[in-house]
Design a protein around this ligand. Structure first.
Ligand code: DX5
Ligand code: ZN
Length: 222
């Protein structure tokens, strides 16, 4: 298993102080910064674009993990690559030519992530798993922070873990949505290693305690 990664989603941060918020979670023990891009088309909400990513980049040395919930996606892959994203994840549901879009991410020298919505079967990974650095399983329907974890995703986590182990490649298995110090325990036991958490971190005044609690929860699964 790869070391646990906690990636705070700045969707739940104070947008008026985004740079300081990014620095604060880094100081509090975050491993990556998760950047949720929503377009009011693929998902029913609107967040921020590549210029905002470029603006926060000098505030952190952590990997910036851009989760693109946009359709069409290809033109924005280039924009986010140039803005300084380190890892770019795209939804299988949002591109007609998944293999081409994943190769486009790689062509900019970025790490490649593929995302499945809660109702998308794991079989959607069949022809691309060997080409990616990360699989993201959504454990809420994307669009909003603060939603409840969908427990049926645990079966998908076990399934993807088996497929990654069978390939023998160091592919990360990330979960996004409703991750808390409680839900992270069965997720880690099922084989996840990388966690996005928005409200579970930013609802607290002190970010170090919830980040430590998430890490302790993942470690508890052993
Ligand atoms: C959902 C986003 C998530 C979200 C997670 O569409 O992709 O990253 O911010 O928020 P919480 O942790 O509050 O469920
Ligand atoms: Zn996300």
């Amino acid at each position: 298993m790869l070391p646990t990664v906690i990636a705070p989603s700045i969707l739940s941060a104070d947008f008026a102080r985004l740079g300081e918020e990014v620095k604060a979670v880094e100081t509090a023990g975050a491993d990556w910064i998760h950047f949720d891009v929503m377009d009011n088309h693929f998902v029913p909400n609107l967040t921020f674009g590549p210029m905002v990513l470029q603006a926060i980049k000098p505030w952190t040395t952590l990997k910036i993990d851009a989760h693109l919930m946009v359709e069409p996606v290809d033109a924005l892959i280039e924009s986010f690559a140039k803005a300084g994203a380190d890892l770019i994840s795209i939804h299988v549901e949002a591109t007609r030519h998944l293999d081409r879009s994943l190769r486009l991410i790689r062509s900019f020298g970025k790490e490649v992530g593929v995302v499945l919505n809660p109702a998308t079967p794991v079989a959607a990974l069949d022809c691309v798993l060997a080409e990616v650095d990360l699989v993201l399983l959504m454990s809420v329907n994307p669009g909003f922070g603060g939603q409840a974890f969908l427990p049926h995703v645990l079966d998908k986590v076990r399934d993807v873990r088996r497929r990654i182990d069978a390939l023998g490649k160091p592919i990360r298995l990330q979960i996004d949505g409703g991750v808390t110090p409680e839900t992270i325990v069965p997720l880690a036991a099922a084989g996840a290693d990388t966690y996005v958490a928005g409200s579970a971190i930013f609802k607290h005044a002190d970010y170090a305690a919830p980040i430590a609690a998430l890490k302790a929860g993942a470690a508890r699964a052993g």
